[in-house]
Design a protein around this ligand. Structure first.
Ligand SMILES: Nc1nc(=O)c2c([nH]1)NC[C@@H]1CN(c3ccc(C(=O)N[C@@H](CCC(=O)O)C(=O)O)cc3)C=[N+]21
Length: 303
C-alpha cells in the first residue's frame, strides 16, 4: 500500500487565494491594505531565504510588506525600540521577528514587546495563553498549518472532523509541539505528547491515528512505527548531505523516514512541499485576521 500524499503546496496556494480575496475586499470596502512588517537581524542564509519568500507572497496576496533588515550586532534595546515603533504604526497589522535571533539578544524579551494584537506568529504569551484557554486569538503558523493538513487528510472520511482520533505529537517545543498538541485537543483529539524521554516511543506511535513529527531529527520516525493507515504530518526541515547530487550538496528531509512511512501510512506530507508552505500561508491569513480584529471588523473565514 502506498499512502496518499497531502499536498501542502497546493493547500497553501488555496489558502493564499482566500487571503488575497479577503485583502482585495478590505481594500475595496474599507480602503486599506493590510500590512505585514518583517524584521530580520543578521545574515543567516536560511532566514534570508524564508524572509524573501514571506515578502514575495505578502505582496502577491495584495498586502503591504514592510521590511526591516538589521545588522547582526544590533543591540536588544534598538530591536525592542523598533518593535515598539511598529506597534504604534497604524499601517502595520502584523509583526514578525524572524527567529533565531543572534545569541546576544534575549528573544523572549523581544517577543514580549510585540503587541499581542499584531503578533501574527502567535508567539506572545498572551496568545499562547489563549490557546490553552481555548479562546480566540492569533494561532502560531506551523501548528495551524499542521491541523489544516490533518483535516485535509480526513476530508473524505469525516469531512475533516478530527474528533475522537488518537494523536501523537513527537516533540514538545514552544514553537510547534506544545501548541499543536493544544490545537488538536481543541479539535477533540486524544493527544499524547511524546519526547526524547518517552518510554517505548514506537509503541506509542503505533497507537496513533495522527502522528505529528516535530523533533528536528532527520528521518527518525520509521514506517514500522506507524499504525497502518495513519495520517502523518512531518514538520521536520532538516538539511542533510546529499553526495549523490554532487560534492557539498544538501537536500531537505523531514523527521519521518518517508520511503518506509509512505508504505504504511494512509496519508503523509512530503518534505519539502508539506508543512513549510502552509506556515507562510497561515502567517498571511493571520495578518488578515489581525487587521480585521484591530479595526473592529468581522474576521473572515479563511480556508
Ligand atoms: N518568527 C518566525 N516565524 C516563523 O514562522 C519562522 C521563523 N521565525 N524562523 C524559521 C522558521 C522556519 N519557517 C519556515 C517557513 C517556510 C518553510 C518552507 O516554505 N519550506 C519549503 C522549502 C524551503 C527550502 O527549500 O528550504 C517546503 O517545506 O516546501 C520552511 C520553514 C518559518 N519559521
Amino acid at each position: 500500500m502506498s499512502a496518499t500524499l497531502i499536498d501542502g503546496k497546493a493547500r497553501a496556494a488555496r489558502l493564499r487565494e482566500t487571503v488575497a480575496r479577503a485583502a482585495e475586499k478590505l481594500k475595496h470596502d474599507e480602503g486599506f491594505e493590510p500590512g505585514l512588517a518583517v524584521v530580520l537581524v543578521g545574515e543567516d542564509p536560511a532566514s534570508q531565504v524564508y524572509v524573501a519568500s514571506k515578502v514575495r507572497l505578502t505582496k502577491e496576496c495584495g498586502m503591504r510588506s514592510i521590511e526591516h533588515i538589521l545588522p547582526t550586532d544590533t543591540n536588544q534595546a534598538d530591536l525592542v525600540a523598533l518593535v515598539e515603533k511598529l506597534n504604534a504604526d497604524p499601517g502595520v497589522d502584523g509583526i514578525l521577528v524572524q527567529m533565531p535571533l543572534p545569541k546576544h539578544i534575549d528573544s523572549d524579551a523581544v517577543v514580549l514587546a510585540i503587541d499581542p494584537a499584531k503578533d501574527v506568529d502567535g508567539l506572545h504569551p498572551v496568545n499562547a495563553g489563549r490557546i490553552v484557554l481555548g479562546k480566540p486569538g492569533l494561532v502560531p503558523c506551523t501548528p495551524q498549518g499542521c491541523v489544516i493538513l490533518a483535516k485535509e487528510a480526513f476530508a473524505d472520511k469525516t469531512g475533516g472532523d478530527l474528533s475522537g482520533f488518537d494523536a501523537l505529537v513527537l516533540g514538545r517545543s514552544i514553537l510547534v509541539g506544545k501548541p499543536v498538541a493544544l490545537l488538536l485537543q481543541n479539535e477533540n483529539c486524544t493527544v499524547t505528547m511524546a519526547h526524547s524521554r518517552t518510554r517505548d516511543l514506537e509503541a506509542a506511535c503505533r497507537r496513533a491515528d495522527i502522528v505529528i513529527a516535530a523533533v528536528g531529527r532527520p528521518r527518525m520516525v520509521k514506517g514500522d512505527w506507524l499504525k497502518p493507515g495513519a495520517c502523518v504530518i512531518d514538520v521536520g526541515i532538516n538539511r542533510v548531505p546529499a553526495p549523490e547530487k554532487g560534492e557539498g550538496k544538501t537536500r531537505l528531509v523531514g523527521d519521518v523516514d518517508f520511503e518506509t512511512a509512505v508504505e504504511v501510512a494512509g496519508a503523509i506530507t512530503p518534505v519539502p512541499g508539506g508543512v513549510g508552505p502552509m506556515t507562510i500561508a497561515c502567517l498571511l491569513a493571520n495578518t488578515i485576521r489581525a487587521a480585521c480584529k484591530r479595526r473592529g471588523l468581522a474576521i473572515p473565514e479563511l480556508g
